[in-house]
Design a protein around this ligand. Structure first.
Ligand code: NCD
Ligand code: ZN
Length: 336
């Protein structure tokens, strides 16, 4: 059995910088046609110069494969209209992080005072720059996303012309919110379609499955599967592949993030196949994102076949992927 995917897109990807960028960028560039690159570097990407030079480093690390890095800017409430207008053509979206909620988000937004955010959000609406949001409060870890839904609703209601993407949704509540507002969209990761909190902490602790937002309950995963496997028109694939060096994961104070980019298409094929939904995968992994963001990534056809693929234990001796050392039922035969 063989399946062909055209222009697979990863609409939420952490590529890092320096040595890690050199390790992970080629892995995404090999099988994906484009990705929305997250701006949570140290320091975060907040200037036009930083966006432009980061894109150059990503392209160089991607070794000239047919792969478009769609860049994002780290949200700040003090951006001026003139600045946003000048940077608009260099970015696809602006990513908003609540302060301190996840890796390298210390410079994010504290409180969600609409009066404070309004000038930037109005400018983004006018300039048609989508807003991507890490939607978690600082509350109890299992409730953070559900508690954030009223913030999404407030944003969606007050800025009706702003495209708002709820990033890496993990709950039934978020799936339901999608249909209440025309301007709300969402990304779903690979790992949240596979795991619940039980897989992370129900037996021996699995640091490589620890991420923000934390995996939730079986009913939440079922709602995410419902949206992804039906290729809900407002849902896109965004891996949130977030590599950390092995020693930062296998440590007291384990860093948050699951590294999935190199095995994402194989594991998505396995999942959609197992659920008899293979004909929906093209929409989930590409067509929806093309339509929602209005992008035309470079042509790329990825052919997968149903035969066992042994996932590497580690890449470059440094970063451990999801399903490390395990077998996936689908492999990539060619990409180009
Ligand atoms: C991400 C990272 O490491 O950059 N971590 C994660 O657990 N997902 C940040 C993020 O998207 O929250
Ligand atoms: Zn992320």
């Amino acid at each position: 059995m063989v399946v062909s995917l055209n222009e697979p897109l990863d609409m939420h990807l952490h590529l890092r910088d320096g040595q890690m960028l050199d390790i992970v960028a080629p892995l995404s560039a090999e099988t994906f046609s484009g990705a929305l690159v997250m701006p949570n570097l140290v320091p975060p990407v907040t200037t036009k110069e930083a966006v432009v030079s980061y894109r150059q480093r990503v392209l160089k690390a991607g070794k000239n494969r047919a792969f478009t890095p769609y860049m994002s800017l780290f949200f700040r409430s003090d951006y001026t209209f003139e600045f946003l207008e000048s940077v608009k053509d260099e970015i696809l979206a602006i990513k908003l992080y609540p302060a301190g909620i996840t890796t390298n988000s210390e410079g994010g937004v504290s409180g969600f005072d609409l009066l404070e955010l309004a000038p930037v959000l109005n400018a983004m609406s006018e300039l048609e720059i989508p807003l991507c949001v890490h939607g978690e409060t600082g509350g109890f870890v299992m409730d953070r996303e559900a508690e954030f839904i009223p913030v999404y609703e407030k944003l969606a209601r007050n800025f009706p012309d702003l495209k708002i993407v709820m990033e890496h949704i993990t709950t039934k509540d978020a799936v339901e919110a999608l249909d209440r507002f025309e301007n709300l969209y969402a990304t779903i990761t690979l790992h949240h379609l596979y795991i619940t909190l039980d897989d992370v902490a129900g037996g021996l602790l699995q640091p490589h499955l620890f991420c923000k937002p934390i995996a939730k309950r079986p009913e939440d995963r079922a709602a995410l599967l419902g949206a992804a496997l039906s290729a809900h028109p407002k849902v896109m694939f965004g891996s949130d592949s977030a590599p950390h060096p092995r020693e930062a994961k296998e440590a007291p104070g384990c860093a948050a993030g699951v590294f999935t980019a190199p095995i994402a298409l194989q594991a998505l094929a396995q999942l959609f196949d197992r659920h008899g939904a293979m004909e929906k995968l093209q929409r989930f992994v590409s067509d929806n994102a093309k339509r929602i963001y209005g992008i035309e990534p470079p042509a790329k056809e990825v052919i997968l076949e149903k035969s066992p693929y042994l996932v590497p234990e580690i890449y470059e001796g440094s970063v451990v992927p999801m399903f490390a050392g395990q077998s996936i039922e689908w492999r990539v035969v060619s990409a180009g």
